[in-house]
Design a protein around this ligand. Structure first.
Ligand SMILES: [Zn+2]
Length: 170
């Protein structure tokens, strides 16, 4: 995929939290350039691979088609975190490095499109871009949750796991 990454040692943190077969991504690749990714921690190798493909074929190409500019950086709110799904006693996909919270996209022309500002409040093109990248995420990840799901996701797209047959896409 042209991504730059470092392989990480397996770690068990206890309490259902672990990082196995994980990598630290430092940059991704679009069709013709490096694609930055900010604030990302450890993610399992297979989710990192899906994320790299989505960045290139789902995000960057949609930005060029809909917004007329390539993407320079994908902004995230992190990945690994030993925590539960909010309001439950169930471990989150973040607790095993299977999930990434994507908060925004900085374009090569300087524009910055955030989930928080753009999902409901952006221009028609920005709203279309964000919905398009969510739909393409739903073709690759097992679970994709955005602002339409609940208020806990009003500022990011939660992408998790690798699609098996059909994604949970909200
Ligand atoms: Zn999340």
């Amino acid at each position: 995929m042209g991504a730059q990454y470092t392989a990480l040692d397996d770690r068990y943190m206890g309490q259902g939290c672990s990082l196995l077969s994980s990598v630290q991504l430092s940059s991704l690749a679009s069709d013709g350039a490096n694609l930055g990714v900010s604030n990302l921690g450890p993610v399992t190798c297979e989710v990192s691979q899906v994320f790299s493909g989505w960045a290139r074929y789902g995000v960057d190409r949609a930005a060029r088609q809909i917004l007329g500019s390539p993407v320079r950086t994908i902004e995230t709110m992190g990945s690994y975190s030993c925590r539960n799904v909010a309001g439950t006693d169930r471990r989150s996909g973040h607790a095993t490095g299977m999930a990434i919270d994507v908060s925004g996209f900085v374009l090569e022309d300087g524009r910055r499109i955030t989930v928080k500002g753009g999902w409901f409040g952006g221009t028609a093109q920005e709203q279309q871009f964000l919905r398009t990248v969510q739909q393409s995420a739903c073709k690759r990840f097992a679970t994709v949750l955005g602002p339409a799901y609940n208020s806990a996701h009003n500022d990011h797209l939660h992408v998790e796991g690798v699609i098996a047959s059909k994604s949970y896409c909200r």
